[in-house]
Design a protein around this ligand. Structure first.
Ligand code: ADE
Length: 323
């Protein structure tokens, strides 16, 4: 898997040369390159940010610098910035609305545009349809994109473009599993108050598979740590990454009936007066499996009831239901 990371602190990613990630690179399983976003600046200060339009605290990362960098790394042409961008109009709150009332209307239209077929009837539908079409009938860039399927193994796949963002959907084990099959990932690390939202909009409209993910309900200083977290979750699922692939199968958050894992013990059987549960010493694999499964269900119910609610009933056996 090829991985490109863009950051104003590419040194952050030197740790990826250590441990299992380092080994995977030596084995040729992973090829990781961290780029400095400032290499795509043209001014003496190498500036990458500007004040937020509409006011507010902090700075926002400028689209122009990101675009030059991403065009190059995605292998897309850089349009002449002087050309009128008439054909690319995005449903930003500025372009689509002038009052709060209209803004609410617009959000309904936008939802319809994504989920309904009959968007032609609605105001703004033309603009939105272009964007939705842009995503569905993917452009040349997208035809080679993202996650390889059996039919489309291509070594020159356009990367999946991923931006960590505290205001995005949560990154889960399901996303990690899906992305572990990609040939090429390109991560863009935001800093300050984040990046101009038109950056992901633009690349989506070019047919690139763009993802934005939060790694949790807290705010970090930038995307670097979030990218490290996602990278580790993704790459350890790649075939050949783990010495013992069985260790992945039984983990928490894995599979349809995702549960927290049972508690773990090693020898000695008694340590400082604390005993390993008797059943684990019995040698009866059936009983051990049942004990661990019950513990997983009970712990998940206590610690993460949301995971129990999300469980597919088909993932439960008769004995589970009693637990
Ligand atoms: N950038 C800042 N905080 C973040 C978070 N929680 N997840 C992803 N990216 C972030």
């Amino acid at each position: 898997m090829k991985i490109d990371i863009v950051s104003v602190f590419p040194e952050y990613f030197e740790v990826l040369n250590l441990s299992l990630m380092g080994k995977a690179q030596s084995k040729g399983l992973l090829e990781i390159t961290a780029h400095n976003l400032r290499d795509w600046t043209h001014d003496v200060h190498h500036s990458v940010d500007d004040t937020p339009v509409g006011g507010g605290a902090g700075m926002v990362m400028k689209p122009e610098v990101w675009a030059e960098c991403l065009d190059e790394l995605l292998g897309l042409p850089t349009p002449n910035e002087d050309d009128s961008p008439d054909e690319l109009v995005f449903p930003t709150s500025e372009s689509a609305t002038s009052t709060t009332e209209e803004a609410l209307d617009f959000s309904e239209i936008h939802d319809d545009a994504i989920f309904d077929d009959d968007i032609e009837d609605t105001e703004n539908a033309g603009e939105i349809a272009d964007i939705v079409d842009g995503n569905e009938n993917k452009s040349e860039a997208a035809k080679a994109t993202s996650l390889p399927t059996d039919e489309s193994e291509s070594s020159s796949a356009t990367p999946v473009l991923i931006f960590p963002n505290p205001s995005a959907p949560l990154f889960t084990q399901r996303d990690a599993t899906e992305l572990s099959h990609a040939e090429h990932l390109l991560f863009g690390c935001g800093r300050y108050e984040g990046y101009d939202s038109r950056i992901p909009d633009y690349y989506r409209a070019q047919g690139v598979d763009v993802r934005e993910y939060s790694i949790g309900d807290y705010v970090l200083n930038g995307g670097e740590v979030a990218v490290s977290v996602m990278l580790e979750a993704i790459t350890r699922l790649m075939p050949g990454f783990m010495g013992n692939p069985d260790s992945i199968v039984e983990e928490s958050y894995t599979g349809e009936g995702a549960l927290l894992e049972h508690r773990q013990y090693t020898k000695p059987a008694v340590w400082r007066g604390l005993k390993v549960p008797e059943v684990l010493l019995s040698g009866d694999h059936g009983k051990v499996d049942r004990f661990r499964r019950d513990e997983a269900l009970t712990r998940t119910n206590e610690i993460r009831p949301d995971l129990i609610e999300a469980l597919d009933c088909k993932a439960l056996d008769k004995a589970d239901r009693k637990t």
